[in-house]
Design a protein around this ligand. Structure first.
Ligand SMILES: [Zn+2]
Length: 338
């Protein structure tokens, strides 16, 4: 059930609102956030120049990403994602978030992120998404000639959440199939390093308006109860996010200030010692949403997974289309409500 409070929460990215305590998720007071009071921009500027990079970290726990109590690392080790945390402190915000999918599993979570709705998908073998996704909507609605969007994924089945139809969006994912020489020891996948290299190369040559980079290794190592592997996968993701921020810094100023990097997860993980699994535990519904960029004004409200899509559309100066069920009238502030 979507509630108005969560829709308002999505606006926290650009508004800045009061503190709120999260019962089982991260302590909001402990989350890093830039303190910026306003951001001046028009919808036309956003539609013409904004860019968004969405990075998803499959099954990454908020404790590890935000370096909160309960993190996997030992006290003598550095945080799992120190560069990303510092980028958030300097120029972003970390928000507590909750999954919106029927079950805290990957494909239901990715479909909720892509559509802004809870879809009928309840497991990782469900049908391809039937609704137009955010990537497809951006390709259709952004100005012709400046509407390149792309999805890069380590997990083959993410393609079932990326688009409802073939054609408008580049979806770069491995083929389905068993592990093979050179691939990770899990099915339907390639290593994150290959996915990230392909995404970075594409970013440099094509400068897409929207790019979703979907990383996977951390979930697979976690299922194997491999602490070192999980932390190494998060460290690698930390480096990738840092490199993406460097790419954004290299953009012309007018484009850089309108470019935002969002980082979130498809689901969390089980509580305490049950961290290797997730589908059966309520704690797996606790996730995070990080936003990094000059247009991020701060905020402390938790958001829901279904708020990510309308937040992306708003970052492009696009109103959420009628019929999608979002009470966008609740979102006002420094970004235009057009
Ligand atoms: Zn999993």
């Amino acid at each position: 059930m979507r509630r108005l409070a969560f829709v308002v929460g999505a606006a926290a990215l650009v508004l800045g609102v009061g503190a709120l305590t999260f019962s089982s998720g991260p302590s909001v007071e402990a989350l890093p956030s830039v303190k910026r009071s306003s951001f001046e921009v028009t919808a036309a500027e956003l539609q013409r120049h904004a860019r968004v990079i969405l990075v998803t970290l499959d099954g990454a726990r908020w404790q590890d990403v935000l370096d909160q109590p309960g993190a996997l690392r030992s006290t003598s080790e550095p945080p799992a994602m120190p560069k990303t945390l510092e980028l958030v402190r300097q120029n972003g915000v970390a928000l507590a978030a909750r999954t919106s999918s029927a079950i805290p599993l990957s494909l239901p979570g990715y479909q909720a992120l892509a559509t802004g709705r809870q879809t009928p998908c309840t497991d990782n073998d469900c049908e391809r998404v039937a609704l137009e996704t955010v990537a497809e909507a951006l390709s259709r609605r952004l100005p012709a000639g400046s509407n390149t969007v792309a999805v890069f994924a380590s997990w083959a089945r993410l393609a079932f959440a990326a688009t409802a139809r073939d054609g408008a969006v580049l979806v770069d994912a491995p083929p389905r199939g068993p592990p093979h020489p050179g691939s990770p020891p899990w099915e339907d996948a390639r290593w994150d390093t290959e996915t990230a290299d392909r995404a970075l190369a594409y970013w440099r040559t094509e400068r897409p308006r929207f790019m979703h980079l979907a990383l996977l290794d951390m979930d697979e190592f976690a299922h194997r109860r491999d602490v070192a592997g999980t932390l190494a996968a998060l460290h690698a993701a930390d480096d990738v996010i840092s490199r993406l921020v460097d790419e954004v810094k290299a953009l012309p100023a007018a484009e850089r200030r309108l470019t935002t990097i969002l980082v979130t997860a498809d689901h969390g993980r089980g509580p305490g010692r049950l961290w290797p699994a997730h589908g059966a535990y309520a704690a797996s519904r606790d996730i995070f949403l990080l936003a990094i960029g000059d247009a991020v004004v701060g905020g402390e409200q938790p958001v829901e997974q279904v708020d990510v899509r309308p937040t992306i559309e708003r970052l492009f100066g696009l109103s959420v289309e009628a019929g999608e069920g979002h009470a966008i009238g609740a979102i006002v502030g420094s970004l235009p409500a057009s």
